[in-house]
Design a protein around this ligand. Sequence first.
Ligand code: UD1
Length: 421
Amino acid sequence: MAKYIVEHSGPLYGEVEISGAKNAALPILAATVLTDGICEINEVPRLKDIDVMCRILRSLGAKVEEDWEEHTITVDGSGIHISEVPYDLVKLMRASIFVMGPLLARLGKATIAQPGGCAIGDRPINLHAKGLRALGGRILISDDMVYANADSLTGALVYLDFPSVGATENIMMAAAVAKGTTIIENAAEEPEIVDLASFLNRMGAKIKGAGTDTIRIEGVEKLHGTRHAVIPDRIETGTFMVAAAITRGNVLIKNCLPDHVRPVIAKLIECGAVIQDELEGMRVRGDINKLVATDIKTLPYPGFPTDMQAPFMALLTTVSGSSTVIETVFENRFMHTAELSKMGANIRVEGKNAYVPGDKCPLEGTQVVSTDLRAGAALVLAGLVAKGTTEVSQIHHVERGYENFVEKMSGLGAKIRKVED
Ligand code: UD1
């Protein structure tokens, strides 16, 4: 198994270019199932999860070409005729469930292994099912499988009990070609939802309100192929912003949309970091002021993103004073606290709250485990400012979500390398 060896690195300096958003590219690729035309998707990050989605599309009968020089994937969906997603692919990635809505709409049926729970919580799919049932789908969820079928889909009013990102996306995709109008209330408002809606609209869908809590979808008979460039990754952006701050460095982040990371900007400023808009990107400086504690509460967008909770917590261990971090989106997203505490962070968890004492810089380098994708990034960030060497294992999680992570970090002066065990 591969691991990262991270050495104490000093301040990070230089420029980093952000990749396309994994969480936008995945549903957009799934949405290509809705058409028998050809879709060209640009700015796709080269990641394990994207590879799994391409394999899923091929398994359904699509022709998928990957051009990694151009970060472009072309999907010809004319041959899609298989409605069952192989278990060995679903088990690799929870986002496999994104093809359920499109398959139901295109072929009238979908069979997918239950993506099941994962390290950060139970992650049920009841809201996906609720929405697709409202459109006329028959959805049967067993312990290990999800079976969906429908004679036809008809627009409906769907109220989401929680603004689930994945459920909003699945329902929006199926509703795009349902008969009549669908309204999703209490919809997720994440930028990735807006990107998916704009892709679907380019395919001929009629979707309004994406990015607000009410999305209105007028179903159309048919969608056609199109071309679309994926938005920059706001979580990768946030991770490099925190990398600049935690190392007390000065980094220019290029190809990012500051509007998508407002809560991260606000919290970094509260800590004393300086953020400057420049022509080419956003500059983050942790080298001007003494950094101090702040509290964080994760929320659906536009609140503080749960995916930034772990990386930000790494920063909070190093600032002056103690902070409270409240996780409200996932039930079990504090696995990294134990790993950070192995490095001397001494974080105390009580239910949804984590108490971070601060003033722990330098942390102590040691052997830690990347329990999930963002936890792994947090441990690398902590390793950059820890004394000695930090060994981060289980880094396949990190590679699921950060394109060229080692290269990008090294380009800023981070002492990090990947070794095979
Ligand atoms: C997406 C992101 C993930 C991010 C999360 C929250 C992708 C590929 N992944 O995941 O990186 O952390 O949004 O911003 O885009 N829930 C239910 N029933 C459902 C669906 C969700 O109860 O049917 C609950 C979940 O258990 C969780 C909460 O809703 O507690 C948020 O989940 P959701 O917004 O659906 O996250 P994902 O789409 O899985």
